[in-house]
Design a protein around this ligand. Sequence first.
Ligand code: FEO
Ligand code: CA
Ligand code: CA
Length: 640
Amino acid sequence: MAKDFSALEDSNHSSNPSIHEVSRLSRRTLLGGAAAGLMWLPLAGVATLSGCATAGGGDAHSGPLLGFKGVPSAGDDTVRVPEGYVTQVIAPWGDPVGLSGFNPAFKPDASNTADEQEAQLGMHHDGIHYFAQNGSQSGLLVMNHEYTDDGLLHPGGMQPWTAAKVRKAQAAHGVSVIEVAQKAGRWEVVRPSPWARRITARTPMALGGPAAGHALMKTAADSTGRRVLGTLNNCASGITPWGTYLTCEENFINYFKGPDVPDAHQARWGLKKGDPSGYRWHEHDERFDATRHPNEPHRFGWVVEIDPHNPSHTPVKRTALGRAAHEGATLAKTRAGHAVVYMGEDARFEYIYKFVSRDTIQPGGFAANASLLDHGTLYVARFGNDGLGSWLALTHGQGPLTVANGFADQGEVLIKSRQASDLLGATKMDRPEWISIDLQGWVYCTLTNNSRRGAEGQPGVDAANPRANNTMGHIIRWKEDGDHDATTFQWNHFVLAGDSFNERAEAKGRVKGDAFGCPDGLWTDARGVLWIQTDMSTSAMYKGDLAGLGNNAMLAADPATGEVRRFLVGPIGCEITGATSTPDGRTMFLNIQHPGESPNGRSDPAAPQRISNWPDKQLAGRPRSATVVVRRKDGGLVGT
Ligand code: FEO
Ligand code: CA
Ligand code: CA
């Protein structure tokens, strides 16, 4: 997650025994129960209820769904994978993306300029997708750079704080497009590449959908309300069947300086007095001062569509999908051909959304679907106590979403989607993060944690969010009644995360297999494995309920049996973010974000390697977010 100092966990329970024994015991009892016989299917890139996946097809495999030997938890500064697997690090922060004629090398003392950073991979890698060009041999990796740690990004950190450093921080945000190719099992970034591109917090973008041109979107710099500079805090991502990438703006509000007394709308969106998150951009770029430019925050918090196959494409912020602290955007296709986009809003007591397109997906790639995500209906989820749920439309003029209640039109409903969802009575969730759809059409959402659930003055437990002081998180899943555009569904909990050795009853969880906490990334591969990535906050991960879980990890789950098995453990202080695969299922790419993060989220500029110097392992080196390639040594299918 992005640095959100207001969300730091404060658990102080005594420490627990190591979970190593737990992992081995549970694995022994579960190994015989793994599902067998699942075959690879020729799958399209996006889920449908007749055959669903978020990856391409693959080769036939008749072994168990989870065929690897699990990895014990660990707390050291390396990436651990199962026996028989190898890893390779590519595309760390600061390496050149491969622009023609400008490939500045990374300087380990962080003295690269803003112009150089604009030609290099950004910081804090998150959502990622492999767009095949030559099948599984070469393609484009498109990835998000969620936020910056200014103690790492500049020599001397924020001392002094200059306009040049703000420009460099903005250049380290956004999205990278790189071309990658494999030679004899090793992957490399192709430089130069005609597709290489950096999209940053300053890249010109368009606004599409009902809020484009709205009075609340107009600023001193943009009287049309249709042109925005940049994208921010790009967390998870999604893909469309017409070949585009969706990047999602999460904790955008943290970049804005707020007024001494925020109004009710500003307060509902978390705009606070001053600059509580400490990015300090407003000091040298006044559009981030919301006291002077109150509409500028409205131009962030959107899902942004990018065509990675056209380096000159102007990204489009799709306002029809609603404004939120967007975690991700997961696309499904109905039998009739409509696009459905599932989205979680990662903030305490916020909501799960879905968008259903008005029109149907057309053959012909992006050109034929260039405005598909501009027209449709946005819904928010209500989870009933009876295992049934419903989708409530955020449609102006319906129910409470009226002029009398402060919504002038559909654009205002979308800009103020939180207030609209409040009025509709949607279910306040425990921080919805990634969403993924399995091969049987179940839709899964990680609810990473919510230590404020049940606290004084806060919402109490409900059927969907059943634990007070939910430090461990859970994964909820639902199946639509009919197709993905249905307005009712059935739901249950796939897993309550936890550790059976935990002293606190509510943190023991209900995990069939390896213990874990704080699920975040979620991805279904073409064989149907549900991959879970954890994000225990650095401030909480070695104490209280999370003590004994080690570093953040990636686990594989079998949707049929519920078994969860640890596949990868990351270096110290990191979170695991984003996963994707080549179409043949033999190479997995995943991201390691913020290795060596300090508990307060800011590296010490005098000793940035104090906690970690992964992946370079240079004595005085800075830790760098990077992409990890995972393969089987024998070239087999990952996960088998
Ligand atoms: Fe950026 Fe909610 O994780
Ligand atoms: Ca997170
Ligand atoms: Ca996340």
